[in-house]
Design a protein around this ligand. Structure first.
Ligand SMILES: Cc1ncc(COP(=O)(O)O)c(C=O)c1O
Length: 353
């Protein structure tokens, strides 16, 4: 009975739990002026670079919409993949918090990743007057919602094009550890080199760095790369936006103690690699059984077009997953977490006739 619904269904990484227990007693200054928050921010600077301004919030939706709000004005546009989480799954948070006009971009080739060619029609030939929404932010998800990863060179090319047209670039990294693990392996990079190659070195202005889906109880970090003047300005605005929208956590240390511990021990990537390896085992097993994947497996999810009779058979055996409603070529999303074991995957595969 394998649960492949979502990494949101998994419990806590042991290191996060221990960090919570260690921080459980005693007093600390509230609202982020505590030692755990300072140490978590310092860890993030070690990994991503000295120019990082780090802020912490509870949810991925808050991280995305607040960072985009901080980078924009209400008369600007936000370009995103047609089926990004930002466009399809954050209700009206983009309208209520980021406020800008959302412009969904349909990919022409690879259905999972935006390219420069996809963006160009939305960038070139604009009037540039006050009557149309002005350039704001390009937001991409890395990894994508479809389990693929933008390579550093691809991110850099998108940043160059977006910046040339007056846009800032935000990365939704709700599962960023997956992008880092994939990039370390694909490009033979260290942890810090991969983190920087995918963000600051590529020209990214802001990153939503996920904690919850990686195995924290809750918590996401917003990283603003202040070498960019617009990101530096966003870092000044962010605390006010966060408080005024009800997203400033008083007992900050229970988010940041977890971040500090899993970054300091390398647990965030060790566990991300476990989830990625479980997904790879699943992908290989499906392939061996003649089931073609809809997209390459580069993160912790596998997308496959299970025929209805097989779907029903596997569900009747007690396995579970979410149907994939997005109309870009698969009916099932099978997602692994840090807690998915090789045995879980083998049990699932054994039930495929
Ligand atoms: C790619 C992506 N971004 C953002 C989010 C938002 O996270 P939350 O549900 O914590 O608001 C999710 C949640 O599943 C996600 O998959």
């Amino acid at each position: 009975m394998t649960n492949l619904r979502s990494d949101n269904n998994a419990g806590l990484m042991p290191e996060a739990l221990v960090a919570l227990v260690d921080a459980a007693s005693g007093d600390a200054i509230a609202y982020g002026d505590d030692a755990w928050t300072a140490r978590a921010a310092a860890r993030l600077r070690e990994l991503f670079g000295d120019d990082v301004a780090a802020f912490f919030v509870a949810t991925g939706t808050a991280a995305n919409t607040l960072s985009i709000a901080a980078l924009t004005e209400p008369w600007q546009r936000v370009l995103c993949h047609r089926h990004s989480h930002y466009n399809d799954d954050e209700s009206t948070a983009p309208e209520r918090i980021a406020i800008c006009r959302t412009v969904p971009v349909e990919p022409l080739g690879d259905p999972t990743r935006l390219t420069e060619a996809d963006l160009l029609p939305h960038l070139a030939g604009r009037r540039g007057d006050v009557h149309e929404p002005a350039p704001g932010v390009l937001t991409i998800s890395n990894p994508t919602e479809f389990g693929t990863v933008y390579a550093p060179a691809h991110v850099a090319a998108l940043c160059e094009l977006a910046h040339a047209h007056g846009y800032r670039v935000h990365v939704d990294g709700a599962r960023f550890g997956q992008a880092v693990v994939h990039t370390m392996r694909a490009e033979n990079l260290s942890e810090s080199a991969a983190c920087r190659a995918l963000t600051s070195d590529a020209g990214v202005d802001a990153l939503s760095l996920g904690g919850t889906k990686a195995g924290l109880a809750l918590g996401e970090a917003v990283l603003l790369f202040t070498r960019s003047p617009m990101a530096a300005r966003a870092a000044e605005r962010f605390p006010f936006l966060r408080k005024s929208t009800g997203h400033l956590l008083s007992k900050h240390r229970y988010v940041t103690a977890q971040f500090e511990r899993v970054l300091a021990t390398g647990a965030w990537l060790r566990h991300a690699a476990v989830a990625a390896d479980a997904a790879e085992r699943l992908a290989a097993g499906l392939h061996a059984r003649g089931r073609a994947l809809a997209f390459p497996r580069e993160a912790n999810a596998v997308f496959v077009d299970l025929p209805p009779d097989l779907d029903q058979h596997l569900r009747s055996r007690g396995h579970s997953w979410y149907p994939f409603a997005t109309p870009i070529g698969a009916r099932a999303r099978l997602m692994c977490s840090f807690a998915t074991t090789a045995g879980d995957i083998d049990d699932f595969l054994a039930d495929i006739p």
